[in-house]
Design a binder for this molecule. Structure first.
Ligand code: GMT
Length: 387
């Protein structure tokens, strides 16, 4: 490490979702580099491991009172906890993942801390800009909190442009740091794929998401059903969320239950990815598509929607196949092309892995975040050393 170890606060949502996963990977990466890391969230993030004594978790719990809306005091409770942790741990930097309300809570905490303030980095992830943060009920505060951050990052050029368009933030210094994946863990199975017993030799399609409407869970099962009519196959869905039940009912009503497995929330599913023939991501909007990146790292061809930041991750026809969002037929045809043309699937799978190795490895991304931390911690007032 060049320079003194930093004291870093990481704020994120703990649930099954890309922003929490990216935050966790950064927290663990920084701890591994010798920094003192404090993760603040409402529950331990799904992939957080306690492998380092210099990585601590702080559970944010909001005081519930009949007068308060359930969960309504979360932003204040988080700000209070940030004040507390920053005071006794002497945080140099707080890294807020997902602007709403994390960047706002961090800004509030800084106001309380006054001269002992920490540097604030906000990483925008997706719907905090394209949906939630752009809603009139949140927009002015989202904009203010992003503008008051010392540094702002986004995982794609697409999200950078959306931040100007939808929120009205025109920061020239808004930096794109693409999401990343640990290519030593996410890799094709050494020795080649092994056919799963459950699939009886048939190809396995995989989807992973938090089943919110933007992920188009019903399109996932419809694509599978169309492909299965021509080429019998299996579908495994990882994750949970509001649309899971509807997707499950849709599958059962069509008598496809035996061929489809809803696994629910899983911490990591690398072995499943290593068995997958195709990964499906037919989202309506996607600032990046971290789940697709993890599949690509395992050498799996991805069929995804040509939306948002996805074309910055996948080059159509080289490291995956892109189709129009909502066009179930086009997605099904692309999956069938891959299943029926093994050499195409192999070429795209190899292209996917090569793309990840070239552009989306962990180390350069961690270097970039560390440089941002150092730059802003030298700007903010020095925090007292913990006693
Ligand atoms: O914005 C969201 O929907 C939440 C977020 C999450 O926590 O899952 O997803 C976004 O952030 C991920 C990590 O940066 C990106 O890979 C996803 O593309 C992005 N989701 C959307 O833009 C819909």
């Amino acid at each position: 490490m060049t320079g003194r170890p930093l004291r870093i606060g990481v704020v994120c949502y703990p649930t099954f979702g890309g922003s929490g996963i990216v935050a966790t990977e950064i927290a663990e990466g920084m701890a591994e580099r010798g920094h003192q890391v404090h993760v603040l969230s409402t529950a331990p993030p799904v992939r957080l491991h306690h492998r380092w004594e210099n990585l601590r978790f702080h559970q944010v719990g909001a005081f519930e009172y009949p007068l308060l809306e359930p969960g309504g005091s979360y932003a204040i409770a988080l700000a209070s906890m940030l004040v507390d942790v920053a005071t006794w741990a002497g945080l140099d930097v707080v890294h807020a993942h997902y602007a709403v309300p994390h960047a706002t809570s961090a800004w509030m905490a800084r106001e309380v801390l006054g001269a002992r303030r920490f540097g604030l980095v906000t990483t925008l992830h997706g719907t905090d800009i394209t949906l939630v943060g752009a809603d009139p009920s949140f927009r002015p505060i989202t904009r203010f909190s992003i503008e008051r951050s010392d540094a702002v990052t986004a995982p794609s050029e697409f999200l950078r442009a959306e931040t100007a368009l939808r929120i009205g933030v025109e920061r020239q210094d808004l930096r794109v740091i693409p999401n990343f994946v640990d290519v030593t863990r996410y890799r094709p199975r050494p020795g080649g794929p092994v056919a799963s017993e459950w699939a009886h030799g048939e190809p396995i399609l995989v989807h992973a998401s938090n089943f919110r409407p933007v992920k188009c869970g019903l399109d996932v099962v419809a694509i599978f059903a169309a492909v299965n009519q021509v080429r019998p196959c299996r579908l495994v869905l990882v994750g949970d969320g509001p649309d899971r039940q509807r997707a499950e009912s849709w599958v059962r009503e069509r008598g496809l239950g035996e061929r489809v497995c809803f696994l629910g929330r899983q911490e990591a599913f690398i072995e499943l990815l290593q068995e997958a023939a195709v990964f499906l991501l037919p989202s309506a909007s996607e600032s990046f598509g971290l789940a697709a990146l993890e599949a690509m790292a395992c050498g799996v061809p991805v069929v995804a929607s040509r939306v948002g930041g996805v074309p910055e991750v996948i080059e159509d026809g080289v490291s995956g196949l892109l189709e129009p969002a909502g066009d179930v037929e086009a997605h099904s045809r692309a999956v069938l092309r891959l299943l029926q043309t093994p050499e195409l699937a192999r070429r795209i799978g190899d292209g996917a892995r090569a793309r990840v190795l070239e552009r989306f490895r962990s180390e350069p991304a961690l270097d970039a975040y560390e440089a941002v931390y150092r730059a802003i911690s030298s700007l903010s007032a020095p925090s007292p050393r913990p006693t």
